[in-house]
Design a protein around this ligand. Structure first.
Ligand code: AMP
Ligand code: ZN
Length: 457
C-alpha cells in the first residue's frame, strides 16, 4: 500500500497519514459562499483536494473515502446581495451554486461524495449551540449566542497566535453583549427583512463557523481524518471550528490532519474579491481549455503561493500540447498509475514533481524500442495524467482535429513526416513545398522535443 505523508498545519510537520478507520476515510473541505462567481483562486482548493480525493480512493478503495465539501448558503454577503439585487436568498444561492459546480467541472474537479448545504442543517447547528451553552462554553446575550474563547485552553493552537494577535487579526467587533472582545458569534438575530429561523434565542441565523462544525459532525463524525481549505481560513474560521467541535464533543479532536493551500496572487498581490484583482473561472474557460487552467494550478506545490500570469497559462498549454502530441502518435489505453507519479503525490501532493514525472514518461515513450514498449510507456503517461485529472480528452479532440476524417489526419501526419525527412536530407525545396501545402490546408505545426504536433490554424 502506498504510504501517504501530509503536511499538517496544527503540528507544523509532515506526518504519515494514518486514518482512524481505513474502511471509511473522511475529508471535509470548506466550500464556497455562493453569492457571486468563483475566481481561479477559489478553484485552487477545489483542484488540490480533488487530487487528494482521487489519491485517497486509489489507496483505500473507491467506496472507502467520504469527501464532504459544503455550500455556504446563508451568510452576510448573501444578504447584502439580496438587498442590492432584490433577488431572494434561494435564487441567489441556487444560481451561484450551479455556476460553481459547472466551473469546477470545467477544471476537472469531480463531485465530492456529499455537498451539504448550510440551510439544511439549522437544527443540527441549534443543537450544537445548546450543547456548548450547557457545557459553559457559550452564552446568550441580546439575541446573540457567543462562544467564550477563554473557556477553551487550546484556542489559537492552529494559527499559533496569542490572544492579542487574534483580536487584531480578526478585526473583532467590540460589542456590548460580548464578555470578551475575542468571543465570536454562534447565532445572531435576524432583522425582519432578513432570512431567519426560530431558535431558543429568538428568530435569527447561524454564524459562519458553526455551520461547518455542524455539517462535519453530521456527515463525517466527531473526529475526522482531514480538514482542508485555503490558508486564509486558518484564522479565524478553522480556529473557531476547532473550538466549537472540541468543546461540543467532550474534548475529542476535530481532525487528525489540517491542510491549507497557499494563495494565488496576481502581480504579487493576493487574488481576492475585495481587492478586485480576480480572474473569474467562467471567463477564463472561454479562452482556455479547462485542463490548461488545472495544469497551471498544479504547477506549484499546493502550500506555496502561486503567481497567476498569462505566461503561466501559455506554458501550461504548450506542456499539455507536448503530452497530448505523444498520445496522438502512440495510441494507448490507460494502465496503472506509474510509481513515479504516485510517489510524488504521496509525498504531500508534490504535483510539480508529478508533472515532471509525466515528461519523463513522455520521453520514455518516444525513445522506447518496439511497439509494445512504446504503447506501455504511453499507457503509463496516460494513467499518470489522469491521476492528476489531466489528459482526459482524446488527443484528436485536444488538437481540435477530430472533425477531420481519419484519412485526412493520416495524410497530414504523412506530410509532416515527409517534411521532417526533407529537412534532414537538406532537400529544402521539397521541405518548403510541403510547408506550403500544410499552410494551404490551414494546418499549424509546432515542433517540440517529443516530435511535432499540429492543429487547425
Ligand atoms: P471564499 O468563497 O472566499 O470563502 O473562498 C473559498 C475558498 O477559496 C476558501 O478555501 C479560500 O481559502 C480559497 N481562496 C480564496 N481566495 C484564494 C486565493 N487567492 N488563492 C487560493 N485560495 C483562495
Ligand atoms: Zn468551514
Amino acid at each position: 500500500m502506498t504510504r501517504l505523508h501530509l503536511h499538517d498545519t496544527l503540528t507544523g510537520r509532515k506526518r504519515e497519514f494514518i486514518p482512524g478507520d481505513p474502511e471509511r476515510v473522511t475529508m471535509y473541505v470548506c466550500g464556497p459562499t455562493v453569492y457571486s462567481y468563483a475566481h481561479i483562486g477559489n478553484a485552487r482548493p477545489a483542484v488540490v483536494f480533488d487530487v487528494l480525493f482521487r489519491l485517497l480512493k486509489r489507496i483505500y478503495g473507491e467506496n472507502h473515502v467520504v469527501y464532504a465539501r459544503n455550500i455556504t448558503d446563508v451568510e452576510d454577503k448573501i444578504i447584502e446581495t439580496m438587498k442590492a439585487t432584490g433577488a431572494s436568498m434561494k435564487e441567489i444561492t441556487q444560481k451561484y451554486a450551479d455556476i460553481y459546480r459547472a466551473d469546477m467541472g470545467a477544471v476537472g474537479v469531480s463531485l465530492p461524495t456529499i455537498e451539504p448545504h448550510a440551510t439544511d442543517h439549522i437544527d443540527e447547528m441549534i443543537a450544537m449551540i445548546e450543547k456548548l451553552i450547557e457545557g459553559g462554553h457559550a452564552y446568550a446575550a441580546e439575541g446573540h449566542v457567543l462562544f467564550a474563547v477563554k473557556s477553551f485552553n487550546d484556542y489559537g493552537a492552529l494559527s499559533k497566535r496569542d490572544m492579542d494577535d487574534m483580536i487584531a487579526g480578526a478585526r473583532v467587533e467590540i460589542a456590548p453583549y460580548k464578555k470578551d472582545p475575542a468571543d465570536f458569534v454562534l447565532w445572531k438575530p435576524a432583522k425582519d427583512d432578513e432570512p431567519g429561523w426560530d431558535s431558543p434565542w429568538g428568530r435569527g441565523r447561524p454564524g459562519w463557523h458553526i455551520e461547518c462544525s455542524a455539517m462535519t459532525e453530521k456527515h463525517l463524525g466527531e473526529t475526522i481524518d482531514i480538514h482542508g481549505g485555503g490558508i486564509d481560513l486558518t484564522f479565524p474560521h478553522h480556529e473557531n471550528e476547532i473550538a466549537q467541535s472540541v468543546c461540543a464533543h467532550g474534548g475529542k479532536i476535530m481532525a487528525r490532519y489540517w491542510m491549507h493551500n497557499g494563495f494565488l496572487s496576481m502581480d504579487a498581490e493576493k487574488m481576492s474579491k475585495s481587492l478586485g484583482n480576480v480572474k473569474l473561472v467562467h471567463e477564463l474557460v472561454e479562452h482556455w481549455p479547462g485542463e490548461v487552467l488545472r495544469y497551471a494550478l498544479l504547477t506549484g506545490h499546493y502550500r506555496a503561493p502561486l503567481d497567476w500570469t498569462d505566461a503561466l497559462l501559455e506554458r501550461s498549454q504548450k506542456s499539455l500540447d507536448r503530452l497530448y502530441g505523444v498520445l496522438r502518435r502512440i495510441r494507448a489505453e490507460s494502465g496503472d498509475v506509474p510509481e513515479s507519479v504516485e510517489a510524488a503525490l504521496a509525498d504531500d501532493l508534490n504535483t510539480p514533481k508529478a508533472l515532471a514525472a509525466l515528461f519523463a514518461l513522455a520521453g520514455e515513450a518516444n525513445r522506447a524500442e518496439g511497439d509494445e514498449a512504446r504503447v506501455k510507456a504511453a499507457g503509463a503517461l496516460l494513467a499518470g495524467g489522469q491521476a492528476l485529472g489531466l489528459l482526459e480528452e482524446s488527443p484528436d479532440a485536444w488538437f481540435g482535429i477530430d472533425s477531420l476524417s481519419e484519412t485526412e489526419r493520416a495524410e497530414i501526419d504523412q506530410l509532416i513526416l515527409d517534411r521532417a525527412e526533407a529537412r534532414k536530407t537538406k532537400d529544402f525545396a521539397r521541405a518548403d513545398a510541403l510547408r506550403d501545402e500544410l499552410v494551404a490546408r490551414n494546418i499549424k505545426v509546432e515542433d517540440g522535443p517529443e516530435g511535432s504536433t499540429w492543429r487547425l490554424g
